[in-house]
Design a protein around this ligand. Structure first.
Ligand code: ADP
Length: 385
């Protein structure tokens, strides 16, 4: 018998910060989490009912999670779709999103093929298996371009810009495994939409503007500072993406707004996404509560905005891996309408995502001003050396 909240247990492959925030959001619904992660005492561990220690692709670990759960999901793309599909069937545990969706998304080329077949606009792209392939593709696509590992990349690791024909050999050598190349998109800004698929319903959260540096998300601004028409188009594209996905849950949909005002899809994450952390304070339902609702078959909550909201990631600022101890938290917490989210990671290293801060707007403060203030608060959080 499949139970429903309160009293449901949700099994999650992965126990990082996404699992931690999912557990925090699921608790009021009466949904407890069992998570798995190879690192003992992972970020989700203190707030989950239980952590199973094991790899994301270890069948015995996935089985142990499924056996303790009414529903199964994942918070990391390294989860093994084949094992999840088999074990979900053997243990009669519904798994969402469907592992086939994860399989498609794990390969950036297959992902783009599937979405362009579904009519979603994407940058021009080609699969490339050799330097000769790459040169030929670039004759077509032109320079600059972005060469990408098809599998396993995250936070820009696995992406290499190719500026000119002189870069081709080195760029190809720098990529591990199968590769693809894309035209370099001349974008006005990057946008993201958190989409959600429930039981016979679907919705999107307000369109977010995402600001990256070194290909890592630094800040999110909601609603995005762009024309209403562009936001509406982003929402339409996101709904087309959701139609091409199989299974309930929340999807992070990364988009480019080109300088011509067009929307192109960059990539999808079949799970809550860093660009949606602001929804915890900024919307009536957070992306995490929505994911818990969607996966367990509950009605979706309203995605309505409460107030304009900005978030900034707190990234590790030290060169060498070391025990994490942060300075400046008290000052951050003294800021009105500011929320601090600490991920509980024991060690810090350069650019590791350690937490985030969110500021919810009041009165008529502009999003530019909110963004400047949240950056100030974030910059006051340091790890020292
Ligand atoms: P990851 O999977 O590592 O997050 P993405 O493919 O999403 O990598 O790329 C990370 C960032 O790199 C994007 O947010 C964007 O800033 C930049 N980027 C990726 N693809 C392109 C492209 N085709 N043109 C221009 N910039 C790109």
């Amino acid at each position: 018998m499949t139970r429903s909240a309160p009293g449901t247990t949700l099994g999650v492959v992965g126990g990082g910060q996404l699992g931690r925030m999912l557990a925090e959001a699921a608790a009021p619904l009466g949904i407890d989490l069992v998570v798995s992660d190879p690192t003992p005492d992972a970020p989700a561990s203190p707030v989950a009912r239980e952590q199973v220690v094991g790899d994301f692709d270890d069948p015995e670990t996935i089985r142990a999670v499924a056996e303790r759960s009414d529903y199964l999901t994942f918070e990391i793309e390294l989860a093994d779709p084949d094992a999840m599909e088999r074990i979900a069937a053997e243990t009669d545990t519904p798994v969402h999103p469907h592992p086939e969706t994860l399989r498609t998304i794990q390969d950036k080329f297959v992902q783009k093929e599937r979405l362009s077949e579904a009519g979603v606009p994407v940058p021009a792209y080609r699969a490339v298996d050799s330097v000769a392939d790459l040169r030929e593709a670039l004759d077509d696509l032109g320079y600059p371009a972005m060469l990408k590992a098809r599998e396993g990349g995250y936070d820009g690791r696995g992406n290499v810009p190719v500026e000119s024909p002189d870069d081709v050999d080195a760029a190809f050598d720098a990529i591990e495994g199968p590769a693809m190349v894309e035209e370099f998109v001349d974008y006005a800004r990057e946008l993201a939409v958190i989409g959600c698929v429930g039981d016979g319903e679907r919705d999107t959260f307000p369109v977010t503007e995402t600001i990256h540096r070194e290909e890592i998300l630094r800040e999110s601004v909601a609603p995005a500072r762009t024309d209403e028409g562009v936001r509406e188009r982003a929402r339409e594209v996101a709904l087309d993406v959701l139609d091409a996905m199989d299974g309930r849950g929340v999807y992070g949909i990364e988009l480019f707004e080109t300088t011509g005002g067009e929307i192109l899809l960059n990539e999808i994450a079949p799970r809550p996404h860093n660009s949606g952390h602001w929804t915890i304070e900024g919307c009536h339902t957070s992306q995490f509560e929505q994911h818990a609702r969607a996966v367990t078959g509950l009605p979706l909550g309203t995605t309505e905005l409460r107030d304009p909201t900005v978030s900034a990631n707190v990234l590790g600022d030290v060169e060498d891996r070391q025990p994490a101890s942060v300075d400046g938290a008290a000052d951050a917490l003294a800021t009105e309408r500011l929320a601090l989210h600490w991920y509980g990671k024991r060690e810090v290293y350069r650019l590791r995502k350690m937490g985030h801060v969110t500021l919810v707007g009041a009165g008529d403060e502009s999003r530019d001003d909110l963004l400047a203030r949240v950056r100030g608060v974030r910059d006051g959080l340091t790890f020292g050396d």
